[in-house]
Design a protein around this ligand. Structure first.
Ligand code: ADP
Ligand code: MG
Length: 257
């Protein structure tokens, strides 16, 4: 059985991820009179994980979208591996920066495998190799055995792991997660967080917007707290969670912890 053969092989041939640093430098963005980002700067070193926390409407999703060029800043810079990417082709950039959303948006009429190969075929021009890569990534999220299933037959957590495999198949250098577990039933959250944790350990660079404070605490090297378009506080998880400096962060933590 072809799937099994590739599955067994992939254990030994799975490539180490090649995460690069990602940085924003004084990024501003307004929608009309709504100043959504008011000078966002951070650096996430290569192969580390940063969690972005903060109240609804504080600009977390917009910040991720800036990294992926789904939104363009009014001013400021976006750097990958120390180099500005704002004049790069956005489609090329999106191959370097994978993104996973709350709603995973798999194509229902395609198989799991086809959902993963689609981008490889369309954007990378791969053919036979697309199948191999898809099976390898599906195996790494524990779903090689579902390659020929339709998304609807999978749990929400499994579907989200397919969406993660789909992004990883493009061999990105940075991965962005925007509340990837927020739409899942509670019992399915753990599996997806486990997949993200394995990814963090694999050498990928991650920027994760999450309400899962336990995850932020145990996995992130850096936690950034956003409010009203600014990063109010950032630091190592212990520092941010145990010794918050601002009233706003203390108040936020009292509501979510
Ligand atoms: P968060 O993810 O922290 O909840 P968002 O980044 O989604 O916050 O939104 C921050 C603010 O930007 C909100 O006031 C939201 O209404 C506004 N906003 C986000 N995207 C757009 C858009 N495409 N057009 C207009 N306003 C937007
Ligand atoms: Mg959001």
């Amino acid at each position: 059985n072809e799937t099994t053969a590739v599955t067994n092989e992939s254990k030994t041939t799975a490539p180490q991820r090649k995460g690069v640093s990602v940085a924003l430098n004084d990024v501003h963005l307004a929608f009309g009179s709504n100043k959504v980002l008011r000078g966002i700067s951070f650096e996430v070193p290569a192969a580390t994980t940063a969690c972005l926390i903060g109240p609804s409407g504080s600009g977390k999703s917009t910040t991720l979208r800036i990294v992926n060029r789904l939104a363009e800043p009014d001013s400021g810079d976006v750097l990958l591996d120390g180099r500005s990417v704002l004049s790069d082709n956005p489609d090329k950039l999106r191959q370097r920066v994978g993104m996973v959303f709350q709603h995973f948006n798999l194509f229902p009429h395609k198989t799991v495998r086809e959902n993963v190969t689609l981008g490889l075929i369309k954007l990378k021009g791969l053919k036979d190799e697309a199948n191999e890569r898809a099976l390898l990534e599906l195996d790494r999220v524990g779903l090689a055995h579902k390659a020929d299933a339709r998304p609807v037959s999978l749990s929400g957590g499994q579907q989200q792991r397919v969406a993660i495999a789909r992004a990883l198949a493009m061999d990105p250098e940075v991965m962005l997660f925007d509340e990837a577990t927020s739409a899942l039933d509670p019992e399915l959250v753990k599996g997806v967080l486990g997949t993200i944790t394995e990814l963090a350990d694999s050498g990928m660079t991650l920027v994760v917007v999450t309400h899962e404070m336990g995850f932020a605490r145990s996995v992130a090297e850096q936690v950034m707290f956003m409010d009203e378009g600014r990063i109010i506080e950032s630091g190592q998880p212990d520092q941010v969670f145990e010794d918050p400096k601002s009233d706003r962060l203390r108040h936020f933590l009292s509501q979510v912890l």
